[in-house]
Ligand binder design. Structure first.
Ligand code: FES
Length: 572
C-alpha cells in the first residue's frame, strides 16, 4: 500500500507531527495515526438554515459507523451550506463560493478521502465541483427526497404546486386563505423537494456520473434504507482510498454523457446544464452545450414525475427506482466509465425491475419522445440558450410573436398585473438582467408569472425568454440561460418591446426578426444598464469580476481546473 496522504501530517517523530497528532487525539485510539488507517472527511452540508439537509447529521453517524468498520477514521467536516428557499439574492451566487471553500478545506486538512453529504439544489453541485478540483477519493450520499404531503386529499409536489396554486390565486380560482392553508402540508418530512426538481435531478446526476453507490439516488430521506446505504458508503470510501479510485478516474467524458441521458429520461431540471458544465470544467473534460443537445436528443421521457408528469419521487422509488428506469434504455449508456464501486453503472441495471408502469414508462410508450434539453442558437442567443421541451406546451415550441421586454425582476413585478399592459397570449415575455453578472448570481426567475389579464382568459402558458434560470420544479415554454447575457452586452440587451421573436425548437433556433444592420446600430436601454450596477466589495465583486457565461457553467475563470490534493508547506 502506498503512503497515505494523512501521513504527511502524522508520520514522524518530530515536533510538528507531535502537534498534528496531539490536537487530534481526543479519544481516538493509539493506532489511529499508524499510517494504515485512511482519515476520511465527511463534508457535511447539514444546517438548520438548509432545511432540506437538516437530517444529514443523523446520516453522518451511519457513514461514520461504516468507516470505522472498514478500518478508517471518520471526521465530520461541516461545510458551507445553501438553503435554496432561504438564501438571498439566490443560492446560485454562492455555489462557486461554497465549492471554493470546500475545495480549500479538503486540501488543507489531513485527509485521504471524503464522503460528500448533500441534498438541497446547490449542495451536491458545490460538493462535486470541490471534489473534482481536489481529486481525492470521493463519494456522494444524496440526502433523499421528502415524503409526499397532501392538501385537500391531493398530493402536493413541493415547488411545482406552489407555482400552480399561486397562479390559481392570481386567476381567481383559489382564495388566498386556501392557498395559505396548504403551507403547512407542503413539507411533510425531512428531505429535499419531492418533485424531479434540481435536488432530485442532481442526485440522479451524481449517480449517473458514477459518484454514488448505484441504486442510491432517490431513496427517500426518512427511509431506513437511506441509513443503511450511508453505512455502506462509509465502508466503500475506505476501499476507494486503498484502491486510489479518484473522481478523475470516475467522471470522464462518457460519464457526463451518461448523466445527460439520465437527466433526459427522468425529465430533470434545466439547472443540471450549468452544474454539469461547471463540474466538467474542474476536471478538464471538454463538455459543451452541443453535447447536451446531441446526447439527449433521442432519449424518451420515461419518468412520469412532476413537473413534467404526474407523480412524485416517493412514487419513483416505489415503482422500482432510478436504476429500474435507466434499465429501460440501458443500451444508451456507455460501459466505459467506472463508478465508485469500480464497476460500470450498466452492470447494476441488469437486476432492476419496474413495478408500476404508470410511473416508469416503457420506451415504446414514453411520456414524450426526444425529451432532452434542447440547445437553441440564433441572433438572440449567439452562444446558446436552452429549453426543456418536456416542461413546455408542445403547440408553443414553434412560435412567432411580439416581444414584451422587462429590464429587471422589479420592472416585471411592477407591471405584470397592470390591466393596461399591452399583452396577448401570443406575446413573448422577455426578462433580462438575470444572468450571472447582471443580477448578480443568475436567479431562478425565468419562469416569470403570466400577466393576470392572460390568466383570467384561462391561458396557462406563454413563451418566455430570459438570461436567468428557472426552478427545476417549474414548467412552461421557457427559454433560459440566454448567452451572452444582457449585462455582458448580448443581443438580449438590444431587444425592444414590439420586435418579432421567432422560436423554433425543432430547428433549434431563437431569433429576432430584424435587419442585422439595424440591430448593430441599437444601444442597450439605459434602464437595463442601470440595473446592472456592479457590486464594489466582498464575494459579489469577486464573482462579477470573474464569473463566466452560463454556456460554460457560470464558474469563476480562476477556479477552472484542478490543483489536486497536493499538501502545502508546514504550518508551524
Ligand atoms: Fe431544498 Fe427544494 S428547497 S430541494
Amino acid at each position: 500500500m502506498s503512503e497515505l496522504r494523512s501521513a504527511q501530517w502524522y508520520g514522524g517523530n518530530d515536533r510538528n507531527t507531535y502537534i498534528h497528532r496531539a490536537w487530534m487525539r481526543r479519544g481516538l485510539p493509539e493506532d489511529a495515526f499508524d499510517g494504515k488507517k485512511p482519515h476520511i472527511a465527511i463534508a457535511n452540508t447539514a444546517s438548520d438554515l438548509t432545511p432540506c439537509n437538516a437530517h444529514l447529521n443523523e446520516v453522518s453517524e451511519h457513514v461514520q459507523k461504516g468507516i470505522w468498520e472498514a478500518g478508517g477514521i471518520p471526521l465530520n467536516l461541516p461545510v458551507v451550506s445553501l438553503g435554496e428557499a432561504q438564501v438571498k439574492p439566490t443560492a446560485m451566487l454562492w455555489r462557486n463560493m461554497a465549492a471554493m471553500a470546500i475545495e480549500e478545506m479538503l486540501r488543507a486538512n489531513p485527509i485521504d478521502g471524503v464522503v460528500l453529504l448533500g441534498g438541497c439544489d446547490k449542495t451536491i453541485p458545490a460538493l462535486l465541483m470541490a471534489a473534482a478540483s481536489v481529486d481525492l477519493p470521493a463519494i456522494v450520499v444524496p440526502g433523499g427526497p421528502m415524503l409526499t404531503g397532501t392538501f385537500r386529499g391531493e398530493p402536493l409536489g413541493c415547488g411545482t404546486d406552489v407555482w400552480r396554486l399561486s397562479e390559481e390565486v392570481r386567476s381567481g380560482q383559489l382564495s388566498n386563505q386556501q392557498f395559505l392553508k396548504s403551507e403547512s402540508s407542503m413539507i411533510r418530512s425531512k428531505g429535499h423537494c419531492n418533485t424531479m426538481g434540481t435536488a432530485s435531478t442532481m442526485a440522479v446526476v451524481a449517480e449517473a456520473l458514477g459518484m454514488t453507490i448505484p441504486g442510491f439516488a432517490g431513496t427517500p430521506a426518512p427511509d431506513a434504507r437511506l441509513l443503511s446505504l450511508s453505512h455502506d458508503t462509509g465502508r466503500l470510501i475506505v476501499e476507494m482510498v486503498h484502491e486510489d479510485r479518484r473522481p478523475s478516474k470516475i467522471m470522464v467524458k462518457e460519464s457526463f454523457i451518461n448523466a445527460i441521458i439520465a437527466v433526459a429520461a427522468v425529465g430533470g431540471s434545466s439547472n443540471s446544464v450549468v452544474h454539469l458544465l461547471a463540474i466538467a470544467g474542474r476536471l478538464g473534460v471538454n463538455l459543451t452545450l452541443e453535447d447536451f443537445d446531441r446526447a439527449g436528443r433521442d432519449v424518451p421521457l420515461l419518468a412520469n414525475l412532476a413537473p413534467s408528469g404526474q407523480f412524485l419521487m416517493d412514487d419513483l422509488y416505489r415503482a422500482g427506482g432510478l436504476l429500474a428506469l435507466l434499465s429501460q434504455i440501458s443500451e444508451k449508456f456507455s460501459q466505459v466509465p467506472i463508478t465508485v464501486t469500480g464497476n460500470p453503472l450498466v452492470r447494476y441495471m441488469k437486476d432492476a425491475e419496474v413495478f408500476d408502469r404508470s410511473v416508469i414508462k416503457s420506451p415504446t410508450a414514453p411520456l414524450m419522445e426526444n425529451a432532452g434539453i434542447a440547445v437553441l442558437k440564433g441572433n438572440l442567443a449567439p452562444n446558446g440558450a436552452i429549453i426543456k421541451p418536456s416542461a413546455a406546451t408542445p403547440a408553443l415550441l414553434v412560435h412567432r410573436g411580439p416581444a414584451l421586454v422587462f429590464d429587471s425582476v422589479e420592472d416585471l413585478h411592477l407591471r405584470i398585473d397592470d390591466p393596461d399592459l399591452d399583452v396577448t397570449p401570443d406575446t413573448v415575455l422577455i426578462l433580462r438582467g438575470c444572468g450571472p453578472r447582471g443580477y448578480p448570481g443568475m436567479p431562478e426567475v425565468g419562469n416569470m408569472p403570466l400577466p393576470k389579464k392572460i390568466l383570467e382568459q384561462g391561458i396557462r402558458d406563454m413563451v418566455r425568454i430570459s438570461d436567468g434560470r428557472m426552478s427545476g420544479t417549474a414548467y412552461g415554454t421557457i427559454v433560459l440561460h440566454v448567452t451572452p447575457e444582457a449585462a455582458a452586452g448580448g443581443p438580449l440587451s438590444l431587444v425592444q418591446t414590439g420586435d418579432t421573436i421567432l422560436l423554433d425548437v425543432p430547428n433549434r433556433t431563437l431569433n429576432i426578426e430584424i435587419d442585422p444592420i439595424e440591430l448593430s446600430k441599437r444601444e442597450p436601454n439605459p434602464a437595463s444598464t442601470a440595473a446592472y450596477a456592479a457590486p464594489e466589495r466582498g464575494w459579489a465583486k469577486l464573482y462579477v469580476d470573474h464569473v463566466q457565461g452560463a454556456d460554460t457553467g457560470a464558474d469563476l475563470d480562476f477556479l477552472l481546473g484542478s490543483d489536486g490534493d497536493k499538501v502545502s508547506r508546514e504550518s508551524h
